[in-house]
Design a protein around this ligand. Structure first.
Ligand SMILES: O=C(CO)COP(=O)(O)O
Length: 130
């Protein structure tokens, strides 16, 4: 488990899951010190790419996983949200996605929505526990 790392959430829509898996592989060393929670399918993909990473999976996004991560944010248990959002594909759980983004804004959690913005967040220290 995390010693000096941040408590982070990883979520990616299907088209962006390969990007997320590659991003995790690139930041593997820092991420092994983090406490990671992810939605189910994103987490499975990350574990396939980096089996040595320790993470907790909640439900899949469309089955309530986005809401579970939103609840963790509302409880102050997440320091940063890495959510690779697909802007081109309609989703049945669009309201859940919107609610997750909203609660992250309400609680001023550091957020990144793409690999590039995630890199910048990491460069700013988002994987270190404040
Ligand atoms: O749908 C999601 C985010 O809205 C992600 O859920 P999965 O990681 O289970 O695909």
């Amino acid at each position: 488990m995390a010693e000096h790392g941040a408590r982070i959430a990883l979520v990616a829509h299907d088209r962006l899951k390969p990007d997320m898996a590659l991003w995790v592989a690139r930041h593997r060393d820092a991420l092994t010190r983090c406490e990671i929670v992810s939605t189910a399918t994103t987490g499975a993909m990350v574990l396939r790419e980096c089996p040595d990473i320790s993470l907790t999976r909640v439900l899949s996004g469309p089955l309530g996983g986005d809401q579970q991560i939103g609840a963790l944010i509302a409880e102050g248990r997440i320091d940063a949200l890495f959510f690779f959002v697909d802007p081109m594909t309609p989703m049945p759980h669009d309201v859940d996605v919107k609610a997750l983004l909203r609660v992250a804004l309400v609680h001023d959690v550091a957020c990144a929505f793409s690999a590039r913005s995630a890199d910048l967040l990491v460069a700013g220290g988002a994987l270190l526990r404040a």
